[in-house]
Design a protein around this ligand. Sequence first.
Ligand SMILES: [Zn+2]
Length: 248
Amino acid sequence: MKKRTVYLLVGFCLLVLVVAVVVHSKTGAPGLRTSPNGPNANLPGSANTLDPVDTFNKSQHSTTDPASVWVVVNKKHPLEPKAYAPQDLVAVGNGQFLRSEAAAALKKLLADAAAAGMTLTADSGYRSFDTQVKVYNSEVKANGQTVADTQSARPGYSEHQTGWAIDIGTSGCHIADCFGNTTPGKWVAASAHKYGFLLRYQPSTVDTTGYRAESWHFRYVGTTLSTELHNRGVKTLEEFFGISGGGY
Ligand SMILES: [Zn+2]
């Protein structure tokens, strides 16, 4: 009887010990998550499951420096200072100027279009603060500010003042809606990203950009960004960078 009691006691102690070990190992389990693979090694979004999109460095260039190739200018974000003028303007023909990098890209675009049998013209490139003052004030004088704001940008608020924007036309259609329906117009819209340009104001982006569709207005942003926007199907700089837009 006594031996049996001892066996039962020893058996009971062993059972308690086993239970204790199991409970301890389970409560200690979370510690395993701080493994050499990192605390979130098995969670979604870890290095091996990252969407390639997220690897794009959106800080490569400033979006507020007026001289930056990625500067975002709209009715909510004027150039600072408002009278900014670029320092490296180059003639692109037709009496127009762009900053040198954009000018080289436009030259290539125009040459490729010509080689494909299409005639494109550089209708309006850089516009100075003073020019914009005159254009805007004469609009206000003629039609009032409300109408003027739908027709031309206020001084300091135009992409043309950066030297990165160009209005492109073709024979018989200059700075007008007809451009988007021409063969050359369709070609530029489809090809612009290969040269670093973005069709800046599209029918579906009026609320985002604050501007009506302008099938002739192209903004140079460099091929790194224009290709990224094209590949992702993102149509505006505002959406891509998370910057406010819309009306004044
Ligand atoms: Zn324009």
